[in-house]
Write a protein that binds this ligand. Structure first.
Ligand SMILES: Nc1nc2c(c(=O)[nH]1)N[C@H]1C(S)=C(S)[C@@H](COP(=O)(O)OP(=O)(O)OC[C@H]3O[C@@H](n4cnc5c(N)ncnc54)[C@H](O)[C@@H]3O)O[C@H]1N2
Ligand code: MOO
Length: 396
């Protein structure tokens, strides 16, 4: 009855194929932060709307010297046109008056009353930002599925958009399971441990636009877990951690079946994270993650986040590797593809000695996960290897 483990790529493709983005909605532009665009972002204005100065100085006409006849400042353009031998004072971002053909920066100007002169004459067009050099009204600026971060939010405002069509927030329920778990980390007997997976996964999921429901840890009791699954029928995604393996008290799989979910696959050829399961119940996706905290983190990063991104309307859902140099030799790989916790130093990645899938201390000191192929040869320091950058805040 044991299924062969899927490759990571096949498992991710199968999971993502089961998901559709949740409904789109129009939101005021500032509330779009963190969401994914449901429609392309098009410009409702032209930027810059006119030729502008890129520097503080003098808008000049011709090669000088020049007579100072006024000022163009931000919010108050010069009302007139220059002819050869004339200039106006101008600020960075102010509209270039008609007739001006270049900007003389004030550091290079010699001013005597209304007379302005320069030793070096700037070339025509110098320090002018041309009208529409960024975009014109009606241009398509960002495609659907792009995330609105700080820069994209500023762009949307600059493009004159007061509201945006974005995909909504998927509802995500995260369940801790295990008889040994306690909710309050200060009230923990020797036979118990503080529940940490749901808190950790919620923190990861909270990096994406989500509405998260968390529970007090559930005991290893089939009907209690089934009840929790039934009570969260309206979630787009349920993440259940623990009980994913083969022990007598590992109840994730039977609970999913009893709650009417259809198991799509169980087990992925990766370390940590092997006993991961994916199931569906109607439109709902259920992810069963291994209970070992590092296994939960790694599968949360590699599966839960892509699932949430797909639900949230992202066009690029998968967590992505970048090639980074090894600062230390990396030993040969084992029989499973491995995601090695690694610290980051100025010389590159240092795989941590402690790679146990329960070791949260090592995870907390890691800044990257090295994607190490099964049976990989030993790799020398200086070699670039694919790694997931965790943004864990653990930079040495
Ligand atoms: N005979 C076998 N045993 C195991 C296998 C196997 O193939 N054959 N696989 C191992 C692998 S790999 C993993 S990973 C674990 C996964 O086990 P479970 O998902 O069943 O996890 P639990 O047994 O419930 O817990 C494991 C470990 O993690 C702690 N835990 C669980 N939940 C939490 C939580 N919410 N917060 C903090 N810590 C948690 C739990 O106390 C255990 O120490 O199975 C191996 N075994
Ligand atoms: O796959 Mo388990 O997640 O190695 O520890």
């Amino acid at each position: 009855m044991s299924q062969p483990a899927l490759s990571l790529e096949d498992a991710l493709a199968r999971m993502l194929a089961k998901l559709e983005p949740v409904a789109a909605l129009d939101v005021p532009v500032d509330e779009a932060l963190g969401h994914y665009l449901a429609q392309p972002l098009t410009a409702a204005r032209t930027q810059p709307p006119a030729d502008l100065s890129a520097m503080d100085g003098y808008a000049i006409c011709g090669v000088g010297p020049w007579e100072l006849i006024g000022e163009s400042r931000c919010g108050q353009a010069f009302d007139g046109a220059l002819v050869t031998g004339q200039t106006v004072r101008i600020s960075t971002g102010a509209i270039l008056p008609a007739g001006a053909d270049r900007i003389l920066i004030q550091e290079n100007a010699t001013v005597d009353g209304k007379q302005v002169a320069a030793e070096e004459i700037p070339p025509e067009g110098r320090h002018i930002r041309s009208k529409a050099f960024e975009f014109s009204d009606g241009d398509s600026l960002l495609e659907g599925g792009v995330r609105i971060g700080a820069a994209q939010l500023a762009l949307a405002r600059s493009a004159g958009r007061g509201s945006l069509s974005v995909t909504g927030r998927p509802k995500v329920t995260i369940l801790d399971t295990g008889d040994e778990l306690v909710a309050d980390p200060t009230q923990c007997a020797t036979h118990q441990i503080p529940a940490s997976n749901a808190a950790m996964l919620s923190a990861l999921a909270g990096q994406e636009p989500t509405t998260i429901v968390r529970n007090a840890p559930l005991p290893d009791h089939l009907d209690t877990i089934v009840e929790a699954l039934q009570a969260n029928r309206d979630a787009d995604l349920i993440v259940i951690t623990g009980g994913a393996s083969v022990g007598d008290h590992d109840l994730a799989k039977p609970a999913l079946e009893k709650a009417g979910a259809e198991l799509d696959f169980w087990k992925v050829a990766m370390k940590p994270g092997k006993p991961l399961m994916v199931a569906t119940r109607g439109q709902q996706l259920i992810l069963g993650l291994p209970g070992n905290p590092v296994s939960s983190f790694v599968t949360g990063y590699l599966f839960m986040l892509p699932a949430i991104r797909r639900l949230a309307g992202a066009s690029a859902c998968l967590s992505r590797t970048i090639d980074l140099p090894l600062a230390k030799d990396c030993p040969a790989g084992g029989v499973r593809r491995e995601f090695l916790r690694a610290a980051w130093t100025q010389d590159g990645l240092v795989p941590l000695v402690e790679q146990d899938s329960s070791a949260l201390l090592a995870l907390s000191r890691a800044e990257a996960l090295i994607d190490r192929a099964a049976h990989a040869d030993g790799t020398k320091a200086g070699t670039y290897v694919p790694a997931y950058w965790l943004g864990n805040g653990a930079i040495a």
